[in-house]
Ligand binder design. Sequence first.
Ligand SMILES: *[C@@H]1O[C@H](CO)[C@@H](O)[C@H](O)[C@H]1NC(C)=O
Ligand SMILES: *[C@@H]1O[C@H](CO)[C@@H](O)[C@H](O)[C@H]1NC(C)=O
Length: 456
Amino acid sequence: MTELAKKLIARDHRISITILIVKFPLTPEVNDRIQSLAASVAGIRFVDLPQLDLPSLDMARTPEAMVSIFLEAHKPYVNNTITQLFFTPESSDSKSARLAGLFMDMSCTPMIDVANELGIPSYIFFASSACSLGLFLHLPVLDTYIQSDFKDSETEFTIPSFKTPVPPQILPVAFWSKKQDGYDWLVYHGRRFKEAKGIIVNTFAELEPHAVHSLSLDGSTPPVYPVGPLLDLQGLIHSESNQSIKTWLDGQPSSSVVFLCFGSMGSFSALQAREIAIGLERSGHRFLWSLRQPPQEGQFSPTAYMNLEEILPEGFMTRTAGRGLVCEWVPQVAVLAHHAIGGFVSHCGWNSILESLWFGVPIATWALHGEQHLNAFEMVKELGGLVVELRLDYRGGDDLARTEEMERAIGCLMDSDCAVRKKVKETNEKSRMAMMDGGSSFNSLGSLIQDLMDES
Ligand SMILES: *[C@@H]1O[C@H](CO)[C@@H](O)[C@H](O)[C@H]1NC(C)=O
Ligand SMILES: *[C@@H]1O[C@H](CO)[C@@H](O)[C@H](O)[C@H]1NC(C)=O
């Protein structure tokens, strides 16, 4: 959202931006990150909303339900804050500025009510793919004509944003059962997207031509603006602080290192970590591996393994010393930008895919949660082999990705003749073109600004 804000103000000096910050109690590290962001980004005002309690700490609640209920509870505060900032006689903004739009994340659609009452147009900022956006928009339709739980469906789903039929088990777990807590929220959000004046997607038309086109066909969907890839490349600068990883990468040959990183919520059991380790060792390739353990009792986010020697195969650290580095947290963008990186084993979060394409690094897919399986499926099937398939159906638990699978996927990924590598190179060029003057995303951002400025 901040990257979008930066692009908007850089493009048109008439625009100013206020970002309302929701404080999520379970991830204090995110709040810290926002504080440092607020301090470093010029020209954007960050305003804190009051810290609210979570609806209930009942862990039987799915994250989708918990987050949606929590965000909905912010409605009166968003209402008050906007009123105070823009619509009271004392507020300086009430005289000079016109509020052009309220932009909201995909889980904040109840705020459309606030925008309507205040007479401000609503815009959805959808931080994932156009394919996933299409799934959300189509969900209310699927919901009415499919009676069974989606997971039990014997047929694959036809979703307009996908050319290929989508197998039920590729859908995010939250969509699997109608009885599941949180499912109704997904249908609700999908329905409300259509009330927005526009939907901004972090993608570029050349990456997902079919999906982007499909969204313009259905007459009831508001205009969709693909303005991506929006990436936090500034992260490159902040993370220079992590010298040890950089020094190690500087000492490796070009395109020789396979990088394994699974996002802010990615973690592996000791058993799974062992399989990965053996696969890495057998592959013979250099590696940088960001490894964390599942959240500990009472925690929300993964944590560091205290003693790696204890969980990895005996002698692994000694045998791979020099050619491999296991670490906890990595500055992902800075690592992907480094010339030593030749391949990326990723959970396929949408930002990770966009970052990897931006730096032309091929991916092997290992989706873990949320819509990551759908992203991986899109990259493998829909876009014709833009990634190496490691696993499409992994759901953790007893299901381990085995040594042999790791070894095969890494071998394929790091092969310099790999077909995926060529395709990634082409897409890499397209992603950079899209953001340049006259490029598709550049133009799309221009039309968005025009629509914002259009008072009627
Ligand atoms: C916003 O606040 C006004 C004034 O306090 C109130 O009348 C209105 O119902 C509120 N709207 C929403 C959507 O909360
Ligand atoms: C840098 O990386 C090393 C190795 O993973 C880690 O131990 C250290 O905490 C990191 N430092 C910072 C400042 O992030």
